[in-house]
Design a protein around this ligand. Structure first.
Ligand code: DAH
Length: 349
């Protein structure tokens, strides 16, 4: 049967190659040669069997057997070169032979872009701080000046983790997947005293319907600066410099009033669209401006919750969506690609 011979051929190949790797010296190499390539070796026997087939089958099997013979002969040559180059024929390791390449991955575009932003901030004297993703409601909302039932909590609808043991106040739902990196402002200030300059990159979660610009998990970068005499002017200078360093010197920023419970006044920072240079395109919805981040002067209530004397110190804070900035930077048009694990996407970075 043709299949039997093909199977035998495959078996010889597997065994010969496996044994080849363990050959240590000339004697072993010779034994291996006789066993597979010798006059009474495995391949000769196979050729004899192949000779009994019809022409077409013989041609097919003969070709495969000849290829294997060539391969084994090449191995034999390599093995004797190997031992010869070592002189004694005892050692059979060729340290000059090229190794098996180990495929290298690359950093995810989000990680690469986070590194870029962090490098800009560290060059300006900021510290990088990270903290937990599963956060107490107290830090995610209450201490950020959003007491229970505050309507602003609706802006950050999230995943509540129900504790198994009823807490003392009888309320479940005291732990959430953090909706923003802002709670880390409070966490960081538990172990620090002003002056501080810090940024917090990290993953956040929201109960959002998924589309090209929304995901239930995404990345933010929070910033916090507290010192004596810090003003909105300082904030504008820092954020303008950062955006220029990230996107180019030609970009401009625009500040609009906005509301966030943890700042007063609160702002929304826009950047001139660097794609159309304000001529109007689909990315900026023909407005010439792109929303980049929320910001503001840290609310005195929040400063007090941090144990910072709000009479003595002032500060500014900001929060940007890393995904959106990364997408603008690289020209990615769907946030879901980032989390798809699709190598066709990832290999481009
Ligand atoms: N935490 C806000 C959000 O997730 C972003 C933000 C706005 C952060 C203003 C701030 C800030 O620190 O001052 O939408």
């Amino acid at each position: 049967m043709i299949d039997d011979v093909a199977q035998k051929l495959a078996n010889i190949k597997t065994k010969a190659v496996a044994e080849f790797f363990s050959l240590q010296n000339d004697a072993e190499i010779e034994k291996w040669r006789v066993k597979y390539l010798g006059r009474k070796g495995a391949l000769s026997a196979l050729f004899e069997e192949i000779g009994k087939f019809r022409t077409e089958e013989r041609q097919y099997l003969g070709k495969a057997a000849n290829e294997l013979k060539k391969e084994l002969e090449e191995k034999l040559r390599a093995a004797s070169d190997r031992t010869k180059s070592h002189g004694k024929g005892e050692e059979s390791f060729d340290e000059t032979a090229p190794g098996i390449p180990v495929p290298r991955g690359t950093k995810h575009p989000l990680t690469q872009f986070t590194d870029r932003i962090c490098a800009v901030f560290t060059s300006m004297g900021f510290e990088i701080v990270e903290d937990r993703e599963v956060e107490k409601v107290e830090y995610n909302f209450d201490k950020l000046n959003m007491p229970d039932n505050h309507p602003a909590r609706d802006m950050w609808d999230t995943f509540y983790i129900k504790s198994q043991i009823p807490p003392a106040n009888g309320m479940f739902h005291e732990v959430v997947l953090r909706t923003h990196t802002s709670p880390v402002q409070l966490r960081a200030m538990e172990t620090r005293k002003p002056p501080v300059r810090l940024v917090v990159p990290g993953r956040c979660y929201r109960h959002d319907a998924t589309d090209a610009s929304h995901e239930t998990g995404f990345y933010q970068l929070e910033g916090l600066v507290i010192d004596k005499g810090v003003s909105v002017a300082n904030m504008i200078y820092v954020l303008d410099s950062v955006l220029k360093r990230l996107f180019g010197n030609f970009v401009k920023i625009r500040i609009r009033p906005s509301f966030f419970p943890f700042v007063e006044p609160g702002h929304e920072i826009d950047m001139s669209c660097m794609i159309c240079e304000q001529k109007g395109c689909s990315v900026c919805s023909k407005t010439g401006w792109l929303e980049m981040m929320g910001s503001g002067m840290v609310h005195p209530v929040v400063l007090n919750n941090m144990g910072v004397d709000s009479e003595l110190y002032t500060g500014f804070a900001f929060g940007m969506g890393i995904d959106r900035l990364m997408m603008l930077y690289y020209g990615v048009d769907d946030i879901r690609l980032s989390y798809s694990g699709d190598l066709r996407f990832l290999k481009q970075f």
